[in-house]
Design a protein around this ligand. Structure first.
Ligand SMILES: *Cc1c(COP(=O)(O)O)cnc(C)c1O
Length: 418
């Protein structure tokens, strides 16, 4: 592990957590397609239920294929443990509910991913939980929203699709000064571009459906625990049994023991396997996503049909300097949004694309486009749409890893037809 840590990300993303000796020399773990595992003795099964072995019991609880992916993702983010789940939303639901009881509050950015916003604003509300939405980049607003009922601060590394970039190191400092953990959705950045735990965050979640698997073939999500937060304070006295059981990994134990196994948010081992295959090329893919996105952003900004381009790589993006510092100069993400004259122009543009896929996903190696206002956000009221910066003129583009000339040619011919 120590020697792995010193190697470059490009190497670790391939080799972390793999021990081929365990799988008869296979270079990836097999897909353990089983619902339950035999135990030789009654004593062993009892010990396993008691947490005294790391053996497997039943598919809803753990799976050997999934466990390798969990160790790999924890290593890449600099965390101490992880739980792989059926989707990014499963990971978000469990990561938050592990921290929440009826009557509790939390503070979160107002530019969150669509389903996260619905979960926080509408679903949690039914159970007496209040999400306090603030501008994710406004530390004073975040601080003003914290009170004695607050349990955590929740941010996205890059807002989807607002493209805002909060300063995670300063946000973590602020959260910690109030005795609160910082939870970060790092889906758009990936650990290649940003490792929130190293910046002070306490918990990282991902939709692995996106860049981590990278091929649009496997839904999944992960909760990764940095295991540095002090869960023994008065505010978190309800964590005492988990602290007693697992010490620094109390939070992850609660996510798994209380929520994941009882909600049944289990991921199929095929999805863990596909995600691991995808991870092998994460660093290579990200390099290309980042350079392609920069070139596509510059191209769009040069076109008269394009009214505006929202891309953190531009010097006039409000968090350009934060992004530059936080992403170590590697790039600014693979996604961007831009504006055309109106919704009709967006529809004509999308309908004329030939190479770029029109669908509701991001982070695929293929370039993907969507008009969020008329699709994902169709049922939203105007006010949240305004907060989330979802306007009728907005097109979201997830820039793929094709030859950038071909992506630009396709965009150019479709723009010429609006
Ligand atoms: C897609 C996405 C999610 C939800 O993940 P699923 O795998 O679709 O459940 C959460 N956060 C962000 C930023 C996303 O892009």
């Amino acid at each position: 592990m120590e020697s792995e840590r010193k190697m470059h990300f490009h190497t670790r993303v391939i080799h972390a957590a793999l021990t081929p000796g365990e799988w008869q020399g296979a270079t990836l773990p097999p897909i353990f397609q089983t619902a339950a595992h035999c135990h030789e003795t009654a004593e062993n099964l009892s010990d396993t239920f008691g947490g005294r072995t790391t053996d497997h019991i039943y598919a809803r609880l753990t799976n050997p294929t999934n466990r390798v992916l969990e160790q790999k993702l924890a290593a890449l983010e600099g965390g101490r443990g992880a739980v792989f789940m059926a989707s990014g939303m499963a990971a978000i639901t469990n990561s938050c509910l592990a921290l929440l009881r009826a009557g509790d509050e939390f503070v979160c950015g107002n530019s969150l991913f669509m389903s996260t916003y619905v979960l926080f604003a509408n679903v949690f509300k039914k159970y007496g939980i209040t999400a306090r939405f603030v501008e994710s980049t406004d530390l004073a607003a975040i601080e003003a929203a914290i009170n004695e009922k607050t349990r955590f601060l929740y941010l996205e590394t890059i807002g989807n699709p607002k493209m805002d970039v909060p300063d995670l190191a300063r946000a973590a400092e602020l959260a910690h000064s109030h005795g609160l953990p910082l939870v970060v959705d790092n889906t758009l950045a990936t650990p290649y571009l940003c490792r929130p735990l190293e910046l002070g965050a306490d918990i990282v979640i991902h939709s692995t459906t996106k860049y981590l698997s990278g091929h649009g073939d496997a839904a999944g999500g992960v909760v990764i625990d940095g295991a540095r937060f002090n869960w023994s304070s008065e505010r978190f006295s309800d964590f005492a049994p988990f602290v007693e059981r697992k010490g620094e990994l109390a939070y992850l134990d609660r996510v798994w023991r209380e929520l994941h196994i009882n909600f049944g948010t289990t991921a199929a081992p095929l999805h863990a396997y596909l995600t691991m295959l995808g991870l092998d090329t994460l660093a290579l893919r990200m390099e290309r996503h980042l350079t392609n996105a920069a070139q596509v952003a510059a191209f769009l900004a040069s076109r008269p049909e394009v009214k505006w381009v929202n891309y953190p790589g531009f010097a006039d993006h409000p968090q350009h300097r934060v992004a530059q510092k936080q992403f170590g100069g590697l790039g600014f993400g693979g996604m961007l949004t831009f504006g055309l004259a109106d919704q009709a122009a967006c529809f004509r543009f999308i309908n004329n694309l030939k190479l770029v896929y029109h669908l509701a996903n991001i982070g695929d190696c293929k370039s993907l486009v969507i008009h969020p206002y008329s699709s994902q956000y169709l049922s939203f009221a105007e006010e949240p749409k305004r907060n989330l910066s979802i306007t009728p003129d907005l097109v979201r583009l997830s820039v793929g890893i094709e030859a950038v000339e071909d992506i630009i040619d396709d965009l150019a011919q479709a723009l010429a037809k609006i």
